[in-house]
Design a protein around this ligand. Structure first.
Ligand code: SF4
Length: 373
């Protein structure tokens, strides 16, 4: 079963920490919708042997498209492929949500909303450059619940350089008391080409100390557990039945099709990705040939081994060494650093699978680096 990701590359303003691909030039919106539909029609014949199960609109800010534009893109995806749809997610910013829009999104067939709250605190949102109008994120989530979506997820960020530990506890308490079945909670990272990266470089701001970030992580694990969420991936927490099917498929190595500027696809050991340029992408759409703006790579056994570890060791299930050996011909047990990682508790065997214990997940990337080829 495969999934489709559609990238909507528009935002109203740039968040301080963001290095995703987007533009604030909203005037290209109609042309972009046409281009996305064009790429779908061009790509789908290559996927005729696949059945799609999940559709995911990410960004950027998908909620800047109207519900009918989102539905138009989804309709083409359905016309051109075989589907057993059981999850259609749209990322939305709280300020774009009101009861009318939510009813229209629900009516379009979307059954999962992923709401980019990031924080409920004005001071933090101000620093993130996420204040737009008089938005009340808590109210937006309550409206979404009243609209009757099957699944609701919130994004939150911790380890931010403003506010203190108490603000993170307040954000978590608010989130855990809302009627949602999923939380995605990310540690803030300073990407070089962002305003945050710049502030750190010129010294106008300092990153929070590691101890504070680790304290916030411990609070996150504790509060979500008490609220009935399962911590099933480094950044992901779900109530029973609330796991993201789309993201879980990425982590399983399932084929996926990515549509839109900057979107990645994966099929039969090959990965390809579109240029992170709206202009190049829309030009390709005008010519009816998306291949010239695309790059690709064929994954060899080492790449497949590394990917399986990078994604698998972020999950509570960890990695099955037998499946890895069958899939790549490479044996995790022969990795020289494994013994040391097991000895100091940064890795463990559970039911024959290798995993990183939850307490060490904030360092999952660094631990995985020691094991990859
Ligand atoms: S809304 Fe999302 S994609 Fe847009 S700038 Fe902010 S973090 Fe980046």
């Amino acid at each position: 079963m495969s999934g489709i990701y559609v990238h909507i590359p528009f935002c109203v303003q740039a968040c301080t920490y963001c290095d995703f691909h987007f533009t604030t030039r909203l005037s290209d919106r109609n042309a972009m919708v046409k281009a996305l539909i064009g790429e779908l029609r061009a790509q789908m014949p290559n996927w005729s042997e696949h059945t799609f199960r999940t559709l995911y609109f990410g960004g950027g800010t998908p909620s800047l498209l109207t519900p009918s534009e989102l539905a138009e893109i989804a309709k083409v995806a359905h016309e051109e492929g075989q589907w057993e749809l059981n999850e259609w997610t749209v990322e939305a910013n709280p300020e774009d949500l009101n009861p009318n829009t939510l009813a229209a999104l629900k009516e379009a067939g979307i059954n999962r909303l992923s709401i980019g709250v990031q924080s409920f605190q004005p001071e933090v949102l101000q620093w993130m450059n996420r204040i737009r109008g008089n938005c009340n994120a808590k109210q937006a989530v309550e409206w979404a619940a009243e609209a009757g979506f099957e699944h609701l997820s919130l994004d939150l960020i911790y380890g931010v350089p403003v506010g203190d530990h108490r603000r993170w506890e307040d954000d978590l308490e608010t989130a855990c008391n809302l009627p949602v079945d999923h939380l995605s909670c990310y540690i803030l990272t300073a990407e070089p080409k962002t305003a945050y990266g710049h502030q750190l470089r010129i010294g106008t701001l300092s990153a929070p100390p590691d101890e504070r970030v680790l304290d916030e992580y411990a609070t996150l694990c504790d509060k979500t557990k008490k609220a009935g969420f399962e911590h099933y991936e480094v950044s992901s927490f779900a109530k029973p039945g609330g796991r993201s099917k789309h993201n879980s498929a990425y982590w399983d190595g399932t084929p996926y099709l990515g549509i839109g500027p900057g979107a990645h696809s994966f099929l039969d050991g090959c990965r390809w990705w579109n240029a992170r340029s709206n202009a190049r992408y829309m030009k390709s759409a005008e010519k009816g040939d998306f291949t010239t703006q695309r790059d690709s790579e064929l994954l060899d056994a080492n790449d497949r081994f590394n990917e399986a570890l990078i994604t698998g060791l972020r999950r509570v299930e960890g990695v099955d060494p037998k499946a890895l050996l069958k899939h790549t011909g490479l044996d995790i047990q022969s990795q020289s650093k494994l013994a040391a990682l097991l000895a100091d508790g940064r890795c463990e065997w559970v039911n024959g699978r290798l995993r990183i214990p939850e307490a060490h997940w904030p360092l999952a990337d660094a631990i995985t680096l020691e094991l990859i080829k």
